[in-house]
Design a protein around this ligand. Structure first.
Ligand SMILES: O=P(O)(O)OC[C@H]1O[C@H](O)[C@H](O)[C@@H](O)[C@@H]1O
Length: 317
Protein backbone atom coordinates (compact mmCIF):
# COMPACT_ATOMS: atom_id res chain seq x y z
CA UNK A 1 0.00 0.00 0.00
CA UNK A 2 1.33 3.44 -0.92
CA UNK A 3 1.06 5.92 1.89
CA UNK A 4 2.16 9.51 1.82
CA UNK A 5 3.33 9.31 5.41
CA UNK A 6 4.91 5.92 5.25
CA UNK A 7 6.03 4.76 8.68
CA UNK A 8 9.58 3.65 9.17
CA UNK A 9 10.42 0.75 11.43
CA UNK A 10 11.24 1.35 15.01
CA UNK A 11 14.95 1.43 15.41
CA UNK A 12 15.61 3.54 12.32
CA UNK A 13 17.07 6.88 13.35
CA UNK A 14 17.84 5.63 16.82
CA UNK A 15 19.42 8.91 17.79
CA UNK A 16 16.00 10.53 18.25
CA UNK A 17 13.63 9.55 21.06
CA UNK A 18 11.54 6.51 20.15
CA UNK A 19 8.10 5.36 21.25
CA UNK A 20 8.30 2.37 23.55
CA UNK A 21 6.04 -0.58 22.86
CA UNK A 22 5.45 -3.35 25.39
CA UNK A 23 3.82 -6.54 24.25
CA UNK A 24 2.37 -8.64 27.05
CA UNK A 25 0.34 -11.82 26.98
CA UNK A 26 -2.98 -10.00 26.73
CA UNK A 27 -2.20 -6.35 25.99
CA UNK A 28 -0.01 -4.13 23.84
CA UNK A 29 0.99 -0.77 25.29
CA UNK A 30 2.76 2.11 23.59
CA UNK A 31 4.18 5.29 25.10
CA UNK A 32 5.38 8.23 23.02
CA UNK A 33 8.54 10.13 23.95
CA UNK A 34 6.19 13.06 24.64
CA UNK A 35 4.34 11.00 27.28
CA UNK A 36 1.03 10.04 25.62
CA UNK A 37 0.12 6.37 25.90
CA UNK A 38 -2.32 3.80 24.63
CA UNK A 39 -3.15 0.29 25.75
CA UNK A 40 -4.92 -2.31 23.61
CA UNK A 41 -6.30 -5.64 24.79
CA UNK A 42 -5.87 -8.45 22.30
CA UNK A 43 -9.34 -9.56 23.38
CA UNK A 44 -11.49 -7.63 20.92
CA UNK A 45 -8.51 -5.44 19.94
CA UNK A 46 -10.19 -3.16 22.46
CA UNK A 47 -8.33 0.07 23.20
CA UNK A 48 -8.75 0.23 26.99
CA UNK A 49 -6.64 3.25 27.83
CA UNK A 50 -5.60 6.44 26.08
CA UNK A 51 -3.72 8.94 28.20
CA UNK A 52 -2.52 12.42 27.36
CA UNK A 53 1.00 13.55 28.25
CA UNK A 54 -0.45 14.91 31.50
CA UNK A 55 -1.50 11.37 32.45
CA UNK A 56 -5.22 12.20 32.06
CA UNK A 57 -7.22 9.15 30.95
CA UNK A 58 -9.54 9.85 27.99
CA UNK A 59 -11.50 6.60 27.88
CA UNK A 60 -14.06 5.19 30.27
CA UNK A 61 -13.75 1.56 31.35
CA UNK A 62 -16.23 0.36 33.96
CA UNK A 63 -14.80 -0.69 37.30
CA UNK A 64 -16.89 -3.85 36.76
CA UNK A 65 -15.58 -4.54 33.26
CA UNK A 66 -14.54 -8.14 32.71
CA UNK A 67 -11.02 -8.32 31.35
CA UNK A 68 -10.42 -12.07 31.35
CA UNK A 69 -11.69 -12.71 27.84
CA UNK A 70 -15.02 -14.21 28.88
CA UNK A 71 -17.15 -11.20 27.90
CA UNK A 72 -16.75 -8.12 25.67
CA UNK A 73 -14.95 -5.37 27.57
CA UNK A 74 -17.32 -2.75 29.00
CA UNK A 75 -15.55 0.39 27.95
CA UNK A 76 -12.65 1.68 25.89
CA UNK A 77 -13.20 1.24 22.17
CA UNK A 78 -14.81 -2.13 21.34
CA UNK A 79 -14.88 -2.95 17.61
CA UNK A 80 -18.35 -3.85 16.34
CA UNK A 81 -18.36 -6.22 13.33
CA UNK A 82 -20.15 -7.69 11.34
CA UNK A 83 -23.49 -6.60 12.85
CA UNK A 84 -24.47 -3.63 15.00
CA UNK A 85 -27.18 -4.23 17.60
CA UNK A 86 -29.28 -7.34 17.72
CA UNK A 87 -28.97 -9.17 14.39
CA UNK A 88 -32.12 -9.16 12.27
CA UNK A 89 -34.01 -12.41 11.67
CA UNK A 90 -33.46 -14.30 8.41
CA UNK A 91 -30.13 -12.72 7.71
CA UNK A 92 -26.60 -14.11 7.41
CA UNK A 93 -25.81 -12.53 10.81
CA UNK A 94 -28.90 -13.91 12.60
CA UNK A 95 -26.94 -16.46 14.62
CA UNK A 96 -24.46 -13.90 15.97
CA UNK A 97 -24.69 -12.14 19.32
CA UNK A 98 -25.49 -8.41 19.60
CA UNK A 99 -22.70 -6.32 17.98
CA UNK A 100 -21.19 -9.41 16.31
CA UNK A 101 -18.08 -11.36 17.25
CA UNK A 102 -15.08 -9.05 16.67
CA UNK A 103 -15.24 -7.59 20.18
CA UNK A 104 -15.14 -11.01 21.77
CA UNK A 105 -12.39 -12.77 19.81
CA UNK A 106 -8.69 -12.79 20.49
CA UNK A 107 -6.88 -10.80 17.82
CA UNK A 108 -3.24 -11.16 16.75
CA UNK A 109 -0.75 -8.37 17.21
CA UNK A 110 0.72 -7.85 13.75
CA UNK A 111 3.41 -5.33 14.62
CA UNK A 112 4.35 -1.76 15.31
CA UNK A 113 5.73 1.08 13.27
CA UNK A 114 6.52 4.67 14.02
CA UNK A 115 6.73 7.82 12.00
CA UNK A 116 9.05 10.71 12.44
CA UNK A 117 7.70 14.22 12.63
CA UNK A 118 8.05 17.30 14.73
CA UNK A 119 6.83 16.90 18.27
CA UNK A 120 4.48 19.51 19.74
CA UNK A 121 7.36 21.42 21.31
CA UNK A 122 9.25 21.55 18.01
CA UNK A 123 11.71 18.86 19.10
CA UNK A 124 12.47 16.15 16.62
CA UNK A 125 11.06 12.89 17.84
CA UNK A 126 9.22 9.86 16.63
CA UNK A 127 5.90 11.38 17.52
CA UNK A 128 3.48 8.75 16.27
CA UNK A 129 3.22 5.04 16.75
CA UNK A 130 1.02 2.62 14.87
CA UNK A 131 -0.07 -0.73 16.28
CA UNK A 132 -1.68 -3.24 13.90
CA UNK A 133 -4.00 -6.06 14.95
CA UNK A 134 -5.48 -8.82 12.81
CA UNK A 135 -8.48 -11.14 12.94
CA UNK A 136 -9.47 -13.61 10.25
CA UNK A 137 -11.78 -16.54 9.61
CA UNK A 138 -8.87 -18.87 10.29
CA UNK A 139 -8.33 -17.71 13.90
CA UNK A 140 -11.86 -17.04 15.22
CA UNK A 141 -13.50 -19.64 17.44
CA UNK A 142 -15.34 -22.49 15.81
CA UNK A 143 -18.64 -21.20 17.22
CA UNK A 144 -18.14 -17.84 15.52
CA UNK A 145 -17.08 -19.50 12.27
CA UNK A 146 -20.20 -21.65 12.30
CA UNK A 147 -22.42 -18.65 13.01
CA UNK A 148 -20.84 -16.56 10.22
CA UNK A 149 -19.09 -18.88 7.77
CA UNK A 150 -17.37 -16.31 5.53
CA UNK A 151 -13.72 -16.02 4.60
CA UNK A 152 -12.58 -12.63 5.83
CA UNK A 153 -9.61 -10.71 7.14
CA UNK A 154 -9.66 -7.65 9.38
CA UNK A 155 -6.74 -5.36 10.11
CA UNK A 156 -7.31 -2.80 12.85
CA UNK A 157 -4.73 -0.03 13.18
CA UNK A 158 -4.39 2.12 16.28
CA UNK A 159 -2.28 5.22 15.67
CA UNK A 160 -1.27 7.36 18.60
CA UNK A 161 0.23 10.81 18.15
CA UNK A 162 0.55 13.80 20.43
CA UNK A 163 -2.45 15.39 18.76
CA UNK A 164 -4.82 12.49 18.23
CA UNK A 165 -5.80 8.87 18.43
CA UNK A 166 -6.76 7.33 15.12
CA UNK A 167 -8.28 3.91 14.72
CA UNK A 168 -8.99 2.36 11.37
CA UNK A 169 -10.54 -0.92 10.30
CA UNK A 170 -9.71 -2.62 7.04
CA UNK A 171 -12.11 -5.40 5.97
CA UNK A 172 -11.22 -7.92 3.29
CA UNK A 173 -13.47 -10.51 1.73
CA UNK A 174 -11.09 -13.40 1.16
CA UNK A 175 -13.75 -15.68 -0.26
CA UNK A 176 -15.73 -15.72 -3.49
CA UNK A 177 -19.20 -15.05 -2.02
CA UNK A 178 -20.23 -11.48 -1.18
CA UNK A 179 -21.02 -10.75 2.46
CA UNK A 180 -23.01 -8.06 4.28
CA UNK A 181 -21.52 -6.26 7.26
CA UNK A 182 -21.76 -3.32 9.62
CA UNK A 183 -18.79 -1.65 11.30
CA UNK A 184 -18.90 0.58 14.36
CA UNK A 185 -16.18 1.90 16.67
CA UNK A 186 -17.84 1.99 20.08
CA UNK A 187 -15.97 4.84 21.82
CA UNK A 188 -16.63 5.12 25.54
CA UNK A 189 -15.39 8.61 26.45
CA UNK A 190 -14.56 9.56 29.99
CA UNK A 191 -16.20 12.90 30.87
CA UNK A 192 -16.14 14.84 34.15
CA UNK A 193 -19.96 15.10 34.40
CA UNK A 194 -22.32 13.85 31.71
CA UNK A 195 -25.00 16.38 32.69
CA UNK A 196 -22.63 19.20 31.76
CA UNK A 197 -21.49 18.01 28.37
CA UNK A 198 -23.10 18.60 24.99
CA UNK A 199 -22.69 16.69 21.73
CA UNK A 200 -22.33 19.07 18.81
CA UNK A 201 -22.65 19.09 15.04
CA UNK A 202 -25.57 16.71 14.65
CA UNK A 203 -28.21 19.40 14.17
CA UNK A 204 -30.76 18.70 11.40
CA UNK A 205 -29.59 15.08 11.14
CA UNK A 206 -32.12 12.29 11.03
CA UNK A 207 -31.84 9.73 13.81
CA UNK A 208 -33.46 6.55 15.02
CA UNK A 209 -34.45 6.96 18.64
CA UNK A 210 -33.92 3.51 20.14
CA UNK A 211 -35.43 4.57 23.47
CA UNK A 212 -38.63 5.76 21.77
CA UNK A 213 -39.83 2.77 19.73
CA UNK A 214 -37.15 3.29 17.10
CA UNK A 215 -38.96 6.36 15.84
CA UNK A 216 -37.24 8.37 13.17
CA UNK A 217 -36.70 11.96 14.27
CA UNK A 218 -34.81 15.03 13.23
CA UNK A 219 -32.29 16.62 15.57
CA UNK A 220 -33.26 20.18 16.40
CA UNK A 221 -30.48 20.98 18.86
CA UNK A 222 -27.06 22.25 17.93
CA UNK A 223 -25.77 21.14 21.36
CA UNK A 224 -27.39 17.91 22.54
CA UNK A 225 -27.67 17.51 26.31
CA UNK A 226 -27.81 14.02 27.86
CA UNK A 227 -30.62 14.12 30.43
CA UNK A 228 -31.76 10.50 30.60
CA UNK A 229 -31.26 7.18 28.85
CA UNK A 230 -30.04 8.06 25.36
CA UNK A 231 -29.62 5.70 22.43
CA UNK A 232 -29.74 7.42 19.04
CA UNK A 233 -28.35 6.45 15.67
CA UNK A 234 -27.74 9.54 13.54
CA UNK A 235 -27.42 8.87 9.82
CA UNK A 236 -25.85 10.60 6.84
CA UNK A 237 -23.42 12.56 8.96
CA UNK A 238 -20.72 14.25 6.87
CA UNK A 239 -17.57 12.40 7.99
CA UNK A 240 -15.29 15.40 7.50
CA UNK A 241 -17.31 17.67 9.81
CA UNK A 242 -16.14 16.88 13.34
CA UNK A 243 -18.73 15.69 15.82
CA UNK A 244 -17.61 17.00 19.15
CA UNK A 245 -18.18 16.57 22.87
CA UNK A 246 -17.95 19.91 24.61
CA UNK A 247 -18.18 21.21 28.15
CA UNK A 248 -18.97 24.94 28.29
CA UNK A 249 -16.60 26.43 25.74
CA UNK A 250 -14.07 23.59 25.96
CA UNK A 251 -13.98 20.86 23.31
CA UNK A 252 -13.24 17.61 25.13
CA UNK A 253 -13.19 15.44 21.99
CA UNK A 254 -13.60 16.09 18.32
CA UNK A 255 -14.11 13.15 15.98
CA UNK A 256 -13.68 13.10 12.21
CA UNK A 257 -14.30 10.00 10.18
CA UNK A 258 -13.66 8.32 6.86
CA UNK A 259 -16.18 5.85 5.52
CA UNK A 260 -18.19 6.03 8.75
CA UNK A 261 -21.32 8.11 8.14
CA UNK A 262 -23.44 7.16 11.13
CA UNK A 263 -22.90 8.36 14.69
CA UNK A 264 -24.55 6.63 17.64
CA UNK A 265 -24.86 8.50 20.93
CA UNK A 266 -25.44 6.31 23.97
CA UNK A 267 -25.71 6.67 27.72
CA UNK A 268 -27.56 3.99 29.69
CA UNK A 269 -28.51 6.31 32.59
CA UNK A 270 -29.74 5.00 35.95
CA UNK A 271 -31.96 1.97 35.40
CA UNK A 272 -30.19 0.44 32.43
CA UNK A 273 -26.81 0.83 34.15
CA UNK A 274 -28.18 -1.00 37.20
CA UNK A 275 -29.35 -3.80 34.94
CA UNK A 276 -25.88 -4.40 33.49
CA UNK A 277 -23.72 -6.71 35.58
CA UNK A 278 -20.50 -5.21 34.18
CA UNK A 279 -21.42 -1.55 34.62
CA UNK A 280 -21.10 0.25 37.96
CA UNK A 281 -24.45 1.69 39.07
CA UNK A 282 -23.45 5.35 39.12
CA UNK A 283 -20.73 5.24 36.49
CA UNK A 284 -23.00 6.49 33.70
CA UNK A 285 -22.41 9.98 35.11
CA UNK A 286 -18.79 9.90 34.00
CA UNK A 287 -19.12 8.62 30.43
CA UNK A 288 -20.72 9.06 27.05
CA UNK A 289 -20.49 6.85 24.01
CA UNK A 290 -20.13 8.58 20.64
CA UNK A 291 -19.77 5.82 18.09
CA UNK A 292 -18.84 6.39 14.45
CA UNK A 293 -20.13 3.59 12.26
CA UNK A 294 -21.34 2.35 8.94
CA UNK A 295 -24.63 0.90 10.15
CA UNK A 296 -27.42 2.66 8.23
CA UNK A 297 -27.63 -0.23 5.80
CA UNK A 298 -25.51 -3.27 5.02
CA UNK A 299 -22.15 -2.72 3.41
CA UNK A 300 -21.82 -5.39 0.74
CA UNK A 301 -18.34 -6.67 0.06
CA UNK A 302 -17.80 -8.76 -3.05
CA UNK A 303 -15.35 -11.65 -3.05
CA UNK A 304 -11.77 -10.34 -3.11
CA UNK A 305 -12.78 -6.75 -2.32
CA UNK A 306 -11.69 -4.57 0.58
CA UNK A 307 -13.31 -1.77 2.58
CA UNK A 308 -11.84 0.70 5.05
CA UNK A 309 -13.30 3.01 7.67
CA UNK A 310 -11.49 5.15 10.22
CA UNK A 311 -11.89 7.76 12.90
CA UNK A 312 -9.53 10.41 14.25
CA UNK A 313 -10.21 11.66 17.76
CA UNK A 314 -8.60 14.92 18.87
CA UNK A 315 -8.66 15.52 22.59
CA UNK A 316 -8.59 18.79 24.50
CA UNK A 317 -4.96 19.82 24.50
O1 LIG B 1 -24.46 -3.89 26.05
P1 LIG B 1 -23.80 -3.85 24.69
O2 LIG B 1 -24.12 -5.04 23.83
O3 LIG B 1 -22.32 -3.62 24.80
O4 LIG B 1 -24.40 -2.59 23.94
C1 LIG B 1 -24.28 -1.32 24.47
C2 LIG B 1 -25.01 -0.32 23.58
O5 LIG B 1 -24.33 -0.23 22.35
C3 LIG B 1 -24.84 0.74 21.41
O6 LIG B 1 -24.58 2.02 21.86
C4 LIG B 1 -26.30 0.52 21.13
O7 LIG B 1 -26.86 1.60 20.37
C5 LIG B 1 -27.09 0.36 22.41
O8 LIG B 1 -28.43 -0.05 22.07
C6 LIG B 1 -26.45 -0.69 23.32
O9 LIG B 1 -27.19 -0.78 24.50
Amino acid sequence: MDRSNKPSSIGVGASIPQPSVNVNESTVEAILPTGESVSVHLYGATVTSWKLATGEEQLFVSSKAILDGSKAIRGGIPVVFPVFGPPPPNHATSNLPQHGFARSQTWEFLGKSSSESLGSKGAKADSAVKLDFGLSSSIITEDARKAWPYEFGLVYSVILSSESLETSLHVQNKGSQPFDFHVLLHNYFKVPDVSKIRVKNLQNKTYTDKVDNKQEKQETSDAIAITGETDRVYVDVDPTAPVSVVEDDKTLFSITREGLNTVTVWNPWTEKAKGMSDFGDEEYKGMVCVEPGAVKSWQVLEGGDTWEGSQTIRPRL
